[in-house]
Design a protein around this ligand. Structure first.
Ligand code: FRU
Length: 496
């Protein structure tokens, strides 16, 4: 039975969503049907399609009363909106259906596992966060009558019932299920817990899979745990991070821990750590397994600290997802490359090879706001390496966003301070790459309101949103000292 609340949201979003012209949305990045989105949820392959749910407030462009929005796609790039999947319509989730994940059950149903949030003592300040289940057919979902399936009583002593959220579920080879969820101790230090279930409905605590010793922020949100290229990988989004040199930045961050799993203790042991993304806007990523075995990750292309400062009086949607990224582990690092399906969206190839840049340069045919650009740079004279190379994009007479590289410091910088905002939120971030002697490979994906940069075949990524009017579509280059550039640009627009 569809509740009144869900029916209301579905009716509302249809009318409001259809009023947003497709020209005002990103082309290949999922944006909410209408209103607000934050985390990607329930990213999965089910019934022959990719499903992506999302934290959703259809009624305004600000966070409130979390629903689950829903979209499906054949290629993870062109999304079709489906009716909202869940509304906060039961006692257990009356304050919101927070983040969660999806899995296909043995009987063919899709199971959604999410955090049901309610206020303490009917309307108090604190939140009670519990894990809940809904099952469905890819369109309509029914919440399990015995929700929650995990609550404070399932937690080891001393861990928080108020911060206990974001279950990521997967199926084991024997058909049983496991999930990880985040919580924290009384110092707000994150704990990732693992639970198991024979059927997806009855769950029990297994272990504290990983603990934050204070190195990586405080509470850990949105954990994801999987094996990749023979390693155990734990991705999570810590709150209240502090920078460590060029690694990590203040505020809400992303963390990838690579290590091994100890079967006896049921514990993860970290060997390496890194940021997932070194740009400005990337948070709460979640992965799915594609039918062909690829591990694919999508993140929320925003950051919480900036959100409240962004003026959005002219917008009827806010928040978008990243381009889906194929993951691999190489040389102990997480590599990310845009899903290969993106290559099928390319058209209008423009290519220049061996162009010397010294001072300002623009090139005929190199422009656009929905584009896939590959840039390979090297010094003209390896004994006299250029000092700084910059590509400006989303540019008009007044505004631009830039990506620059300083070989002597090995630093790539993304900078949107001249992109038009009048507020002083974070406008630039830097990423330190291994010593390169002036050689670097950059891939830049532009999709109207965002830029995602993949450095050296995905060894580092930097993402940010840009709000410059989409008519600003010039691209130009600048070098201090002689750099040589090979560039290939494709349009990605699949305008209907
Ligand atoms: C992360 C997060 C999650 C929570 C959701 C609520 O961005 O805070 O931990 O489930 O957003 O919308």
């Amino acid at each position: 039975m569809t509740s009144k609340k869900l029916l209301f949201a579905r009716t509302y979003e249809k009318e409001a969503g259809e009023k947003i012209p497709s020209g005002q949305r990103p082309v290949l990045h999922l944006s909410p049907y209408t209103g607000w989105t934050n985390d990607p949820n329930g990213f999965s392959y089910y019934g022959g399609k990719y499903h992506l749910f999302y934290q959703y407030n259809p009624f305004s462009t600000y966070w409130d009363s979390m629903h689950w929005g829903h979209a499906v796609s054949d290629d993870m790039l062109h999304w079709e909106y489906l009716p909202a999947a869940m509304a906060p319509d039961t006692d257990i989730d009356s304050f919101g259906c927070f983040s969660g994940s999806a899995v296909t059950m043995k009987d063919g149903r899709q199971l959604l596992m999410y955090t049901g949030v309610r206020k303490e003592n009917n309307g108090g300040q604190g939140e009670i966060q519990t894990q809940c289940i809904a099952t469905g057919d890819g369109l309509d979902y029914e919440k399990y009558e015995f929700n929650p399936v995990l609550d404070g009583n399932d937690l080891p002593n001393g861990l928080s019932r108020n911060d206990f959220r974001d279950p990521k579920i997967w199926q084991e080879a024997d058909g049983s299920y496991k999930c990880v969820a985040g919580t924290c101790n009384s110092d707000r230090l994150g704990r990732i817990l693992m639970f198991s279930s024979p059927d997806g409905f009855s769950w029990k605590f297994e272990s504290v899979l990983a603990e934050n010793d204070g190195t990586f922020g405080l509470m850990w949100e949105c954990p994801d745990y999987f094996t990749l290229d023979g390693k155990s990988v734990l991705i999570t989004s810590p709150q209240d991070m502090l920078p460590q040199g060029f690694e990590y930045h203040n505020g809400n961050g992303t963390l990838c821990l690579i290590g091994t799993y100890d079967d006896k203790e049921k514990k993860f042991h970290r060997e390496k750590d890194q940021s997932v993304d070194y740009g400005i806007d990337f948070y709460a990523p979640q992965t799915a397994l594609a039918p062909d075995g690829r591990r694919i990750m999508i993140g929320w292309l925003q950051n919480w600290d900036t959100c409240s400062l962004i003026d959005r009086k002219d917008m009827r949607w806010f928040g978008q997802m990243s381009i889906p990224r194929e993951l691999s582990i190489r040389n102990g690092r997480l590599y990310q490359t845009p899903v290969r399906e993106l290559e099928l969206c390319r058209s209008g190839r423009v290519e220049y090879n061996g162009v010397t840049v010294n001072g300002d340069l623009s090139l005929t045919g190199i422009n656009g706001r929905v584009a896939d650009i590959e840039l390979v740079l090297r010094p003209k004279d390896p004994e006299n390496i250029y000092q700084k190379f910059t590509v400006r994009f989303a540019q008009n007479d007044r505004y631009y966003t830039s990506l620059s590289f300083r070989p002597a410091e090995s630093v790539v910088k993304i900078d949107r301070k001249f992109s038009g905002p009048r507020r002083a939120y974070v406008h630039q971030r830097r990423c330190h790459i291994p010593e390169s002697r002036g050689e670097v490979k950059l891939r830049l994906i532009l999709d109207r309101y965002s830029a995602e940069v993949f450095i050296n075949d995905g060894e580092y990524t930097m993402s940010c949103t840009i709000l410059t009017d989409t008519s600003a579509d010039m691209i130009s280059f600048h070098s201090v000292g002689e750099a040589v550039m090979d560039i290939t640009k494709y349009d990605l627009a699949s305008e209907e």
